[in-house]
Ligand binder design. Structure first.
Ligand SMILES: *[C@@H]1O[C@H](CO)[C@@H](O)[C@H](O)[C@H]1NC(C)=O
Ligand SMILES: *[C@@H]1O[C@H](CO)[C@@H](O)[C@H](O)[C@H]1NC(C)=O
Ligand SMILES: *[C@@H]1O[C@H](CO)[C@@H](O)[C@H](O)[C@H]1NC(C)=O
Length: 344
């Protein structure tokens, strides 16, 4: 018991030292952090749940570790007209580090919901999790794989990133029946520009104005605000990750994957719609695999800090972003500490 408390104390002291003085931690990590590589666990093939199977309000993609265990859950909302399938390589990376990923499909070619509708749909999916996710896992993965919804993180990419913030800020009409414990914005975007934003508004243009009491990380892309040919930027200045971070109120970190573009966390092989959506965004040539490893690694490190046992890697990356596989910018505000209930 004493040893446990002592351990917690050390973690807390490290966390405070980190945020106030930006000192280098005396870490024991080699330069090769495990979060940036495929994790130790074997992972299920991505599981497709049809709309209305298991009472699901939407079609879902679920990726889970195969081994018996109790795992935190990441709910992930896709970007505009990008299918949940197009992120499957990123999900496999995350799941191999002992997380269950649930990604709803919130549009079809016959039905393109507004942002407000999308937020309601995502809320309905979140409310579906407590009574239903375990049945899918038991039947399709392993009878002994359990979701731990006390450790539920919400995330989304682009417009889906904004939806994730809207849900966490309580802007949905559908009230959430469970608590969100952490929030990840993946290159979140609120609209085409400051004057053409989608409703409900999340951004206020007041620094520190979000009213969030959970840890947040915002991971942007360096090429997101660049134009390509005559196309406007995919993550334009004023409505992108930078402004989300400015308005984040406490315990927030901000990363920018400098040399990659807004769509480069997607699989290398995409469906036709995702290909056409990606083509208009500035991007680095070649495979996206380093981008996926970097983004997946930062997400896993952040989730590990609050939900698991990889917190040290999160602080190590914040202190020394050059540990990432590609050029990474890192910043934070507020006191970053492990959530008390998870520290033990
Ligand atoms: C880094 O670690 C991963 C496993 O965590 C391993 O597969 C890889 O070979 C290592 N790379 C180097 C350069 O040590
Ligand atoms: C912030 O959220 C809390 C509940 O999470 C609420 O009690 C409080 O009134 C909110 N503050 C503002 C300024 O909206
Ligand atoms: C992109 O954003 C960064 C940081 O917010 C800024 O320094 C840079 O000038 C922007 N680039 C363009 C092309 O707007």
């Amino acid at each position: 018991m004493v040893a446990l408390w002592f351990g917690v104390l050390i973690l807390r002291v490290l966390a405070v030292v980190h945020s106030e003085a930006q000192l280098l931690l005396p870490t024991t990590f080699s330069e090769n952090l495990s979060v940036f590589h495929k994790g130790k666990l074997a992972v299920s093939e991505p599981i497709k749940v049809r709309n209305s199977a298991y009472s699901s309000p939407q079609q879902l993609l679920i990726v889970s570790p195969k081994e018996a265990g109790l795992y935190p859950v990441l709910l992930f909302i896709h970007g505009t007209m990008i299918s949940n399938d197009d992120y499957s390589d990123l999900f496999l990376h995350i799941a191999s580090h002992a997380f269950i990923v649930v990604a709803p499909q919130l549009f079809s070619v016959f039905n393109l919901p507004s942002q407000a509708q999308e937020i309601e749909m995502a809320a309905t999916v979140a409310n579906w999790l407590p009574s239903n996710l375990q049945h899918v896992l038991h039947e399709r993965v392993n009878k002994q794989v359990e979701p731990n919804l006390d450790k539920l993180a919400l995330s989304g990419h682009s417009r889906g990133g904004k939806s994730a913030f809207a849900l966490a800020l309580g802007l949905s009409k559908t009230k959430l029946s469970l608590k969100i414990s952490a929030l990840i914005g993946v290159d979140p975007v609120e609209g085409r520009n400051k004057n053409k934003r989608t409703r409900p508004y999340v951004l206020t243009y007041e620094p520190n104005s979000f009213n969030l009491s959970i840890p947040v990380t915002i991971i942007g892309t360096g090429l997101g605000n660049h134009t390509k040919l005559l196309n406007p930027a995919c993550a334009p200045n004023g409505v992108n990750h930078q402004e989300f971070f400015n308005e984040c109120n406490k315990e927030c970190s901000h990363f920018v994957i400098m040399e990659y573009g807004h769509m480069q966390m997607l699989n290398d092989v995409l469906d036709a719609l995702a290909i056409s959506m990606s083509r208009v965004c500035a991007s680095k040539r070649g495979s996206n695999s380093i981008m996926r490893r970097t983004l997946g690694g930062v997400m896993v490190a952040f989730l590990g800090a609050y939900f698991g046992d990889e917190g040290g890697q999160y602080f190590a990356i914040l202190d020394n972003p050059s540990l990432a596989p590609t050029k990474l910018y890192a910043n934070n505000k507020g006191i970053l500490g492990l959530a008390p209930s998870y520290a033990l």
